[in-house]
Each structure stands twice: as structure tokens, then as C-alpha cells.
Write a protein that binds this ligand. Sequence first.
Ligand code: GRF
Length: 192
Amino acid sequence: MHRLGILGSGKGSNMVAIAKAIQNHTLPDTKIEIVIADNPDAGILEHASALGIHAEYICAGTSKSRLDGQAEQNYIEALNRANVDLVVLAGFMRIIKPAFLAAFDGRIINIHPSLLPAFKGLRAWEQALEAGVKTAGCTVHMVNADVDSGRIIKQAAVDVAPEDTAESLHAKIQEAEHIIYPQAIRTVLCGH
Ligand code: GRF
């Protein structure tokens, strides 16, 4: 049995997609052991509880973009207590620092709403729209010390239509995310 720890800050639609893939056995022999959010009001916590998954809010400290020293340790300890094999970032809005990377060496993955290496950073779908690209998409990648830069595991492309707005493009990209994130997790855990 592969054990996942999922970290999020937002609505949790990717976590739900992963849970569904586990339920319908397209992601076999896998369990979400713990969901952790850095925001007590994050939808991801509510969705996890509704699915019977252990969910915890853990304070991230005073920094807006990172996990503060003690908070970082608290996250590492919670994931270790849950004995997770893979840390899955699903809309977790913080940069992962060296101590966390070292604690789960080569076992942290992320999903980013662009075809990396294009459009790293925040609101990537807006960056794509502003750049006028005709193909956007999403990327699942390993997490390393540089933001949105680790080895690419899987990508999906979506067409940008002339009438697309930031909202409609983001919605299309999220639909693709929900398909490829479970597939990418399977690739990492099972090799296929
Ligand atoms: C996704 O669009 C992902 O690409 C980005 O954060 C968003 C999380 O959405 N990293 P959700 O919380 O899974 O709905």
C-alpha cells in the first residue's frame, strides 16, 4: 500500500480527483493518509473530512510564502507520523525549503497550471493568456530547490480559444489537471 500526504491551501479539487482515482482503482494500492492545509478555511480540509480522510490544519508561521522554522518541523513530523511514501502538493501556496526537501528526498511532487518551463510562478494561466499562446496546459513535476523547476513527470495540453477568459482557461486547465495528477502519481509509485 502506497501512502500519500497531500498539502493544499485552496479548494482541493485535485485532492478530490486523486481520491476518486483511488476509489475507482485507476490509482491502485494507494491511500491518502493525511491532508494538511496552511489555512483553516481551505476547502481541501472540508472535502477531505467529507471523504473520511484525516485532515489537519497546521499553522505555517508568519511568512506568507514559506513554512517558518518550527512550522516546517511540524509539517515534517505530521507527514512522518502518517508514514507517507509520497508528498503531493495540490495547490499548496508555499515554497518548499531545504530541510523539508531533505526529509522527503525525491518524494515530493507538484502540479503547476502551465506547460513548464513556460510560465513559472503565480497565475500561470493568466501569463499564458497575456502571452497569446494558442496551447496552454499543466505539468506534474518533482519538487526541487528551484520553484516550478524539477523533473517533469507528465503534461497535458489544452487549446486556448479566442474567446477564452482567465476564468475559462483556468477551468479547462483544471479539468486536465484532474486527469493527469492521478496518472502521474501512479507513474511515480508504480512505474507505469
Ligand atoms: C491548481 O490549479 C494547481 O495547478 C495549482 O493550484 C491549483 C489547486 O487547485 N498549483 P485545487 O485546490 O486542487 O482545486
